[in-house]
Ligand binder design. Structure first.
Ligand code: FMN
Length: 334
């Protein structure tokens, strides 16, 4: 049996010593993204959280955990009620606001007071209004169990968080007809819908490109940081997290890894820039991308390629959602 590249590069360790590695390991578990909100004594608290989990149907219980170092810790430890706002794929900005250190996180967002007294955010895909049922010690976090008093499900697709990055949920490409043996065009391509072909093309091509990134010794997060700094030097981790759609802590981890390997330098003002080694690594990735594209397009005429590009650009401009312009550009970045 062939071993996959990822299986050949195991990373193991003791979480007490290698925290970053431990966090990366946990990031292999994909979650949704919630914003927990509460109001106590006229003070509103809101925290982005992906530790949310359902617990019990009868009685209806859910849980999440809050860091004891969070500024909102006291508010949630005391609040009798709280709301779980489950974010949609167009709400990365909300996730960023509620995971930031902004003084008034509610100032820029649309919200109202829910039926059970907690602030509830507009435009979410689902909402659970809860009463605190129990709290448990959980190391550097407090585990909060809530009894759901009211749920509301809205339209929209959920926002996903995995491997430290925001994503969207898609049906697994294997659900479509399986590709034939490598190298052969599927005989029934004419039967398959164009949308299904496009989706599978993107999936398999990007999967193959991942080998190049791994060959350069970079995680996806590190590759994105290098790409962003190549385009604009002197960014802070907050700037980076905002533009490359990574969680703040994952951006910090990626920057710390890159700094240890001397690919980036951090100024006294905490702005980050590429070192000459970092520029070289980014350029090596760009060269790989060019070579990869040439391989993929081998055998096609220039005319066919130009036609395909025009066609795809047209399709994109017809479908681009108002929130998606930057995100689509970012997720296609290598
Ligand atoms: C995707 C994502 C998930 C997070 N999950 C949690 C969580 O489950 N619990 C937690 O305490 N912090 C979590 N955080 C970090 C908090 O959102 C962040 O520390 C926030 O700044 C806390 O706000 P505060 O200090 O104003 O209370 C998460 C951040 C992100 C981006």
């Amino acid at each position: 049996m062939k071993t996959s590249a990822s299986a050949m590069v195991p990373e193991e360790g003791n979480p007490a010593i290698d925290r970053r590695g431990f966090r990366q390991c946990l990031g292999q578990f994909a979650t949704g993204v919630t914003v927990m909100t509460a109001e106590t004594g006229g003070h509103r608290a809101g925290v982005t959280a992906n530790s949310f989990s359902s617990v019990s149907l009868d009685p209806p219980l859910i849980l999440w955990s809050i860091s004891k170092t969070s500024r909102s810790f006291q508010a949630f430890a005391e609040a009798r009620h709280f709301a779980v706002n489950i974010l949609g794929q167009d709400q990365i900005r909300l996730s960023q606001i509620f995971s930031s250190s902004e003084a008034d996180k509610f100032a820029e967002v649309e919200w109202s007071i829910g039926r059970h007294g907690s602030p509830v955010l507009d435009g979410v895909t689902a909402l659970l209004e809860c009463e605190r049922e129990a709290v448990y010690e959980g190391g550097d976090h407090l585990i909060i169990v809530g009894r759901v008093l009211r749920f509301a499900t809205f339209e929209g697709e959920p926002l996903i968080f995995a491997q430290g990055k925001y994503g969207v949920a898609e049906s697994h490409p294997s659900l479509r007809s399986l590709p034939e043996a490598a190298g052969e065009a599927t005989s029934d391509a004419a039967e398959e819908s164009l949308m299904s072909l496009l989706f599978r093309t993107y999936h398999y091509v990007s999967l193959n490109f991942e080998d190049h990134r791994r060959a350069e010794g970079l995680t996806q997060a590190q590759a994105r940081v290098l790409a962003a700094l190549y385009d604009a030097a002197g960014q802070t981790t907050d700037d980076l997290a905002r533009t490359i759609y990574l969680g703040k802590r994952d951006t910090e981890d990626a920057v710390a890894d890159l700094a240890e390997r001397s690919f980036v330098t951090i100024s006294p003002k905490r702005t980050i820039s590429l070192s000459s080694g970092g520029r070289k690594r980014r350029e090596a990735m760009l060269a790989r991308a060019t070579e990869f594209e040439e391989e993929q397009l081998a055998g096609l005429t220039r005319e066919e390629i130009v036609k395909a590009k025009k066609f795809l650009s047209r399709l994109i401009s017809r479908n681009i959602p108002t929130w998606g312009t930057e995100q689509h550009m970012e997720t296609s970045r290598r």
